[in-house]
Design a protein around this ligand. Structure first.
Ligand SMILES: C[S@@+](CC[C@H](N)C(=O)[O-])C[C@H]1O[C@@H](n2cnc3c(N)ncnc32)[C@H](O)[C@@H]1O
Length: 284
């Protein structure tokens, strides 16, 4: 079969597969960025030992457990603690002081994966003496990741490798002060998650989280096409208070979106935006 024919057929098969998943389970992947989505679907074809993408349709329709595996495969959960340490340093130095002017603060980590980013935030807030004044909502559409996040139990070797990130992010103690090491695991202390709610939320289909002061959604929208990114930016705009902060991943930007003019980029490298209105960042 000529190559162009093959990729045309694969496109049809992927469209049909995504339609089937949306109709059967309400998970809508139709506006995920196609290249990485296709790579992961091809992986699924290889793992399921079938010849064609279309053979996955029957499997997802009739076998919810297979769909569960599909969901895990589609969700790239790569993460680490204090990832891009300069981002956490910027939060610590420039943003937390502003948040402290509010009596109570709400933070939303959208696409929190297995929670390493959220525990990093809790440690930072604790060191800044502000953890008890904050409610953190940590959401993802992947139930398995959320379960890991809720347990606060991570691979010890991975956690040991985050010590450098922690120091570079302005950490005031040692990362090992926040967990108990047992065999090959690190269990983070429960006080860190007292004010964290881990909950399911699908950015494609679910609604607003009200009155947030800070939204962190890093390395998530990179997997979405422009149309879906627009929806999510507008969701974030509606979820933020005036002067609230929006933080994206290093390779993500608001620049080409319809709500660009409603936000000010206040830290370029760290991708920290502030919703326009009232006092400007410089005036605070
Ligand atoms: C690469 S991880 C990013 C984790 C963390 N924010 C970080 O930067 O280290 C991307 C996460 O986005 C989640 N995700 C993908 N699509 C989503 C959706 N529609 N709704 C909610 N979460 C989604 C995935 O399940 C995954 O956990």
């Amino acid at each position: 079969m000529p190559k162009s024919n093959k990729s045309e057929i694969e496109k049809i098969e992927i469209d049909l597969l995504l339609e089937a998943i949306n109709s059967r389970y309400g998970y809508d992947f139709r506006n995920y960025a196609r290249a990485s989505l296709k790579r992961r679907i091809i992986n699924m074809v290889e793992n399921a030992e079938v010849d064609h993408i279309s053979e996955l349709i029957e499997k997802v329709l009739y076998d919810p457990e297979f769909f569960d595996r599909f969901l895990i495969e589609m969700s790239v959960t790569v993460t680490e603690m204090f990832r891009d340490s300069e981002f956490f340093l910027a939060l610590r130095k420039n943003i937390i002081g502003i948040l402290k002017t509010y009596p109570f603060v709400k933070i939303w980590h959208a696409g929190c994966a297995t929670g390493e980013e959220v525990y990093s935030m809790a440690i930072l807030l604790h060191e800044e003496g502000f953890l008890s004044k904050v409610q953190i909502y940590a959401t993802d559409y992947n139930f398995h990741s959320l379960e890991t996040a809720g347990n606060g139990l991570f691979n010890l070797e991975d956690v040991l490798s985050y010590e450098t990130n922690y120091v570079d992010s302005g950490g005031k103690k040692k990362l090992s002060d926040y967990y108990v090491a047992k065999y090959k695991s690190a269990k983070f202390y429960d006080f860190l998650k007292e004010n964290i709610t881990f909950t399911h939320h699908n950015l494609v289909t679910d609604g607003v989280f009200g009155e947030m002061h800070l939204i962190i959604c890093r390395n998530v929208i990179i997997y979405f096409n422009k149309e879906l990114q627009e929806r999510i930016f507008s969701l974030f705009n509606d979820s933020l208070i005036r002067d609230g902060f929006l933080c994206l991943g290093a390779k993500e930007t608001l620049e080409f979106s319809g709500i660009h003019s409603k936000f000010k980029l206040i830290m370029n490298k760290e991708r920290i935006y502030q919703k326009e209105s009232g006092l400007s960042y410089a005036e605070v």
